[in-house]
Write a protein of this length. Sequence first.
Length: 134
Amino acid sequence: MNNIPPRAWLHEEKTMVEVSRYDYEYGHIQWATSKQSPDYTVYLSDCTILWATGREDNDGKMWYDGDLVKSNKGKIFEVVWDRTQYKFTVRQKNIYGGRNSQYLYISIGWAYNHCIKVGNRYENPEMLEADDED
């Protein structure tokens, strides 16, 4: 991916943390609440790892998997890792019908130029629901 440390959504605590160390061999990640505090540890099964795309939007905010971005036309998209093409993309619920897909996928390059980061699917799920109502 890249050298930018990932974030993690802790399922039980419902909190986003900046990962300071991840260890796939032993199946856990660590994070610190400050530079002076000791690291905390959680098992990979108790969190969702969110990798950085490696790029920032026009406001200087780094984009991560699971982030929500808003287009200049007010549409909400979700940043996702496309496992079939091995790249980041953005998706929107398919509200147009006529296709067999639940989502419409759009180039993340387009999104970098036309969208700003407004939240993420874990801390702001209401943004995804609100976009469904449009």
